[in-house]
Design a protein around this ligand. Structure first.
Ligand SMILES: [Zn+2]
Length: 263
């Protein structure tokens, strides 16, 4: 499931392939992907338009259009992008297809349809309407501490809550808590200030490291949990530690029961 580092990679992908390319035609292939806009309106809006720049916020990607509006993409569980020249290479679950004047295409592929596509005239208002918390890569320490004070619940559930902090999903929450050596079921009010500061600093450490490795888990540092998740299931720091799993907020959570002690 695309989280902040994957969406950052998609941003870079669009920057490298699709910027400043005049759009000849836009086709919505499944209307279930649309949010608050109908097929004809969005197709008309995109036709003859041009993507001029891109911005990411949390797990959302905003593509600035020359008409002073923004195409919004959210990748849901299975969203992906593909730029190609031969129409036969079109992905099987293309939901939005942009055809450029240069005879190339950009497909937004989303098999499970949990993603979304829309157009907005104002990013800040869009983010406000979605009640999204600050972006996980740029949130300030004070903001993070303030957002967590007076909260209750498990630390992992808090990290997944996009209204508190935007961009962290299931797998990066596990990595952040492993790097912080905190058990994912720890109640937030049982964490010391030092623990919360450790979570804060590991959020940017983990996300930044992931971005530097192009969100390619197989290339992550040896000390990261993610390459071992669903793989050998062993702690990266000690091969005698078998990883444990627990369901939190319905999501399978991996942790090392020796390095992340129950509170
Ligand atoms: Zn361990």
């Amino acid at each position: 499931m695309p989280e902040l580092p994957e969406v950052q990679k998609y941003k870079q992908y669009i920057d490298e392939t699709s910027l400043h390319q005049p759009i000849k035609e836009a086709t919505i292939k499944n209307e279930k992907i649309l949010e608050n806009i109908n097929k004809a309106d969005i197709e008309n809006h995109l036709r003859t338009n041009t993507i001029t720049q891109t911005t990411r916020f949390g797990k959302y990607l905003f593509l600035s259009l020359k008409t002073d509006s923004w195409l919004v993409l959210h990748f849901g569980m299975t969203g992906n992008l593909k730029y190609f020249s031969n129409i036969n290479e079109q992905p099987a679950h293309t939901r939005l297809l942009l055809s450029f004047v240069n005879n190339h295409y950009l497909a937004f592929d989303c098999q499970r349809l949990f993603g979304l596509v829309t157009v907005t005239s104002n990013i800040n208002e869009y983010i406000k309407n979605k009640k999204l918390g600050p972006d996980a890569l740029t949130i300030k320490k004070k903001e993070f501490m303030d957002n967590l004070s007076n909260r209750t619940g498990k630390i992992k559930t808090i990290l997944l809550n996009q209204h508190i902090i935007s961009g962290i999903g299931n797998i990066y929450a596990d990595e952040i808590l492993f790097q912080s050596r905190i058990h994912p079921e720890t109640q937030i009010n049982n964490l010391s200030k030092d623990h919360i500061q450790s979570v804060f600093s590991h959020i940017s450490f983990v996300l930044q490291t992931a971005i530097e490795h192009d969100a390619d888990i197989s290339n992550y540092p040896q000390t990261f949990l993610l390459p071992h998740r669903r793989n050998d299931n062993l702690c990266p720091l000690n091969k005698n530690h078998k990883l444990s799993t627990v369901k939190i907020s319905g999501r399978t959570t991996y942790y090392c029961p020796y390095h992340q002690l129950k509170p």
